[in-house]
Design a protein around this ligand. Structure first.
Ligand SMILES: Nc1ncnc2c1ncn2[C@@H]1O[C@H](COP(=O)(O)OP(=O)(O)OP(=O)(O)O)[C@@H](O)[C@H]1O
Length: 234
């Protein structure tokens, strides 16, 4: 079985008010190709930090992160950017769309970071994704005029444009009502199954987690958070 994500002895240390502070320590974490996994934990448990490390947006202070046989810590920032551009899709919590550009323009921006598809191929893929996500009628609309749920789906289409091997999604339901949130989760699961994309979805919402066969809890994964919890409950 091909391995999509492998973390070994990963630590992240940050400087906080001139003091060094470890915020994440993950001994091992492994996700196989094609798996759909939820990362669950409350605010402050290190979910976003871990997601950023897996995306190569940040480097671990020590330890190894391997994504589809590529050890991210061996890559320069530029190489990590290129790897991410071709193989990883990210849906950020705050979407990070350009508000004054259309839905289609926002999606096609992804193609600038990827070397996989020609302009025409990217446009065709964008059209198919918009159709699939029920947004075909909104493709020329300015993103700032779209509802939160529609913006979320634009962000998903952008993340999937380059057919990533791994899709990382941060809190997809936090700014949506329950019904739209669950619709988005169902769409993500469906598309990732169809495209054989490995999915790692971060949430603090048990209703979302219930939809997935594998749920990893941050208090098991992040030893720093587990220690903090232990001290609080002592
Ligand atoms: N660059 C940084 N400098 C200092 N502290 C940081 C930094 N990044 C994260 N932290 C701290 O590390 C902890 C984990 O943060 P992280 O954002 O990963 O949590 P989270 O589980 O994603 O929370 P949320 O659900 O609120 O987004 C928090 O206590 C946060 O304040």
């Amino acid at each position: 079985m091909e391995v999509a994500i492998q973390c070994e002895h990963v630590k992240k240390i940050v400087t906080n008010l001139e003091k060094q502070e470890m915020i994440l320590k993950v001994e091992t974490f492994k996700v196989n190709k094609g798996e759909q996994v939820v990362l669950m934990g409350p605010s402050g448990s290190g979910k976003t930090t871990l997601l950023h490390l897996l995306a190569g947006l940040e480097k671990p202070s020590s330890g190894r992160i391997t994504i589809f046989n590529e050890e991210l810590s061996q890559l320069s920032e530029k190489q990590r950017d290129r790897f991410r551009g071709n193989h990883i899709g990210i849906v950020f919590q705050e979407f990070q769309l350009f508000p004054y550009m259309s839905a289609m323009e926002n999606i096609l921006i992804q193609n600038l970071a990827s070397t996989k598809f020609s302009g025409r191929e990217a446009k065709e893929k964008a059209e198919r994704l918009l159709q699939k996500l029920g947004l075909a009628h909104r493709k020329h609309s300015k993103v700032s005029l779209l509802s939160k749920g529609e913006q979320q789906r634009v962000a998903i289409a952008r993340a999937l444009l380059h057919k990533p091997k791994l899709l990382l999604v941060d809190e997809p339901t936090s700014s949506l009502d329950v019904k739209s949130g669950m619709e988005v989760v169902a769409l993500l699961k469906e598309i990732c199954t169809e495209e054989k994309t490995t999915l790692l979805l971060v949430t603090h919402d048990p209703t979302v987690a219930n939809e997935f066969a594998r749920v990893e809890k941050m208090d098991n994964l992040n030893e720093i958070y587990a220690k903090m919890l232990n001290e609080v409950t002592k």
